[in-house]
Design a protein around this ligand. Structure first.
Ligand code: NDP
Ligand SMILES: N[C@@H](CC=O)C(=O)O
Length: 328
């Protein structure tokens, strides 16, 4: 049976999840796709760090070792920040590899050039994991946009912030302890400032905007606020009043096609659709012309939810390549 050679860039929370799922599901993927996936190499930053064993896999801190693997066909990218991730993915595409990324900082800025580059080389870019972790919002949007137009998107797009706000309310624990827990659970970014400042949710909203509206608002016009100003006292007071803090990202297109977006905390009551979204869960509500309002809810961060959607992207891309769509 033909082999698909793949590489994983980054071997932290997400990279390790990809490795485990690919190995766990190897036989099933072989059966459904008729191709055997092999993780040939893993790129990391610090060779001295202790890591889980990956027998037979090249572990390197030099991207040249990866890009020069003969017959490499798929690159999973789970490193951080714009650079060098964008450059690595450009080189992988130029080599004829499909690329599958979780890196929203990079993708929110470079989605258009990456897609154009991939199109010119006849390969695909998978990016389900960039937005709302395990919630399949990208594939759902792609599908419904074939018939519907979207007027508004509203949601909770950062699992860490929602986890912190939930823990502060339920356990009455201080912000810092809740953030530490989120870091231990693999929810938070390498630099958690991105989570708690609202920047992570903002980048995800921009990815959704590009897909749903074919454009993004001017980034400087978007008010972005995080959750750092919310104290335990604020949360307790809200609780007594039957209210909850939610970190909400929203974007609306007006009748002239102009986009208005904002990201920040809101106090919501029991009748609000985001009131019941707890812990690491994310929710995305899509207001469409034919379907009406569709809301997706699920884990917005973490090793397996994120890695799962990346391996699903792989299955979809390889299935497409072979001329069929697999149903997952
Ligand atoms: N954690 C989550 O739930 C989710 C994360 N994401 C995104 O996935 C990506 C990875 O996140 P996560 O796994 O949590 O992050 P981690 O910090 O756990 O892991 C990052 C990995 O990338 C490696 N790395 C970082 N920079 C470089 C570089 N320049 N060259 C080579 N390797 C590098 C690190 O190497 P080393 O181990 O040597 O330090 C590490 O193995 C991020 O872009 C994040 O935003 C998306 C959805 C959910
Ligand atoms: N740090 C992010 C991870 C997923 O994108 C989050 O908490 O949502």
């Amino acid at each position: 049976m033909a082999k698909i050679k793949a590489a994983i860039l980054g071997f932290g929370t997400v990279g390790q999840g990809i490795y485990h799922i690919v190995n766990d599901k190897k036989e099933d993927l072989k059966k459904s796709l008729g191709l055997d996936i092999e993780i040939s190499a893993i790129l990391i930053n610090n060779l001295a760090k202790e890591r889980p064993a990956t027998p037979g896999v090249l572990v390197t801190d030099d991207f040249e070792d990866i890009i020069n693997i003969p017959g490499l066909q798929v690159v999973f990218e789970a490193i951080v920040n714009e650079d060098p991730a964008y450059g690595y993915l450009c080189r992988a595409i130029d080599k004829g590899c499909h690329v599958i990324t979780a890196n929203k900082v990079m993708f929110s800025k470079y989605s258009i050039p990456l897609h154009e580059r991939a199109k010119s080389r006849g390969v695909f870019v998978g990016y389900e994991a960039t937005t709302a972790g395990g919630v399949p919002v990208i594939k759902t949007l792609k599908n419904l946009l074939q018939v519907n137009s979207v007027k508004k998107i509203q949601g909770i797009l950062n699992g860490t912030s929602n986890y912190i706000l939930t823990q502060m309310r339920l356990e009455e624990c201080p912000f810092d302890s809740a953030l530490k827990e989120a870091q231990m659970l693999g929810y938070a970014e390498a630099d958690p400032y991105n989570d708690v400042s609202g920047q992570d949710a903002f980048r995800k909203l921009m990815i959704l905007s590009a897909l749903a509206f074919g454009k993004q608002p001017n980034w400087n016009d978007v008010r972005v606020e995080g959750i750092t100003e919310i104290s335990l006292e604020d949360v307790k007071k809200a609780k007594l009043e039957g209210l909850r803090y939610r970190h909400v990202a929203e974007i609306v297109q007006d009748e002239n096609g102009e986009l208005f977006a904002s990201v920040g905390p809101q106090l919501v009551g029991p009748d609000h659709p985001l009131y019941a979204i707890e812990g690491v869960n994310n929710a995305v509500s899509l207001d469409t012309n034919y379907i009406g309002t569709l809301t997706l809810v699920g884990p917005g961060a973490g090793m397996y939810p994120t890695a799962s959607v990346m391996v699903e992207d792989y299955a979809e891309i390889i299935g497409k390549r072979a001329g069929f769509m697999i149903t997952i």
